[in-house]
Design a protein around this ligand. Structure first.
Ligand code: AKG
Ligand code: FE2
Length: 194
């Protein structure tokens, strides 16, 4: 059993090499070419701004989800996503009805600071996050104490967020000055009717 990486107020587990190197290579190439990657825009401060990464949303047909201020209908599971879902569910001993896929094209792509605390996820959600491709920093900071924690997410690693983590901590994938090639991240979630 992996140790809890946060000192308090939540649970965070890292399973390095959840997929072996050859499996991770194969999954990365398949997901990169097969998924319907889209450029999204969000409306902030009176104008539309491009989200600095590509995204898409897959899941059971009733697993609608609101992100970037827009409601998204899931696309149906592809065979590869379904296979990953089953392995992740077995690891986490819980079920997921949807997955948000993010493609960070290079070091300029990023994810701003947020908590996955939407109502549809319920209290204390388990969110399982698979990383493939180039490694990137995953940065956490505590909403009250300002404690910080940086975790490197590498090719084939699975990060599991659980307990009260989303309630107390925010997370981001910051831009970096280091040269980066592309990275895919899949976050498996259980959405319920809001
Ligand atoms: O790319 C990552 O590792 C984080 C993704 C994330 O936080 C999210 O999709 O909510
Ligand atoms: Fe997140």
């Amino acid at each position: 059993m992996a140790p809890n990486l946060v000192p308090f107020d939540g649970e965070l587990y890292l399973i390095k090499q959840f997929y072996s190197l050859p499996e991770s290579d194969r999954l990365f190439e398949q997901l990169k070419s097969d998924l319907a990657w889209q450029e999204e825009a969000i409306f902030i401060y009176g104008r539309w701004v491009k989200v600095p990464r590509l995204m898409c949303w897959y899941g059971d047909s009733d697993a609608w989800y609101r992100y970037s201020g827009v409601n998204h209908q899931p696309m149906p599971w592809t065979p590869v996503l379904q296979a990953i879902r089953e392995k992740v569910e077995q690891q986490c001993q819980c079920s997921f009805n949807s997955v948000l896929a993010n493609l960070y094209r290079d070091s300029n792509d990023s994810m701003g600071c947020h908590a996955d605390d939407e109502k549809e996820l319920g209290p204390n959600p388990v969110i399982a996050s698979l990383s493939l491709g180039d490694e990137r920093l995953f940065r956490l900071h505590h909403k009250k104490t300002n404690d910080k924690l940086d975790i490197v997410l590498g090719h084939g690693d699975l990060l599991v967020m659980a307990g009260t983590l989303q309630y107390h901590w925010m997370h981001s994938v910051p831009k970096t000055k280091k040269l980066k090639t592309s990275r895919i991240n899949l976050t498996f979630r259980a959405i319920r009717a809001a």
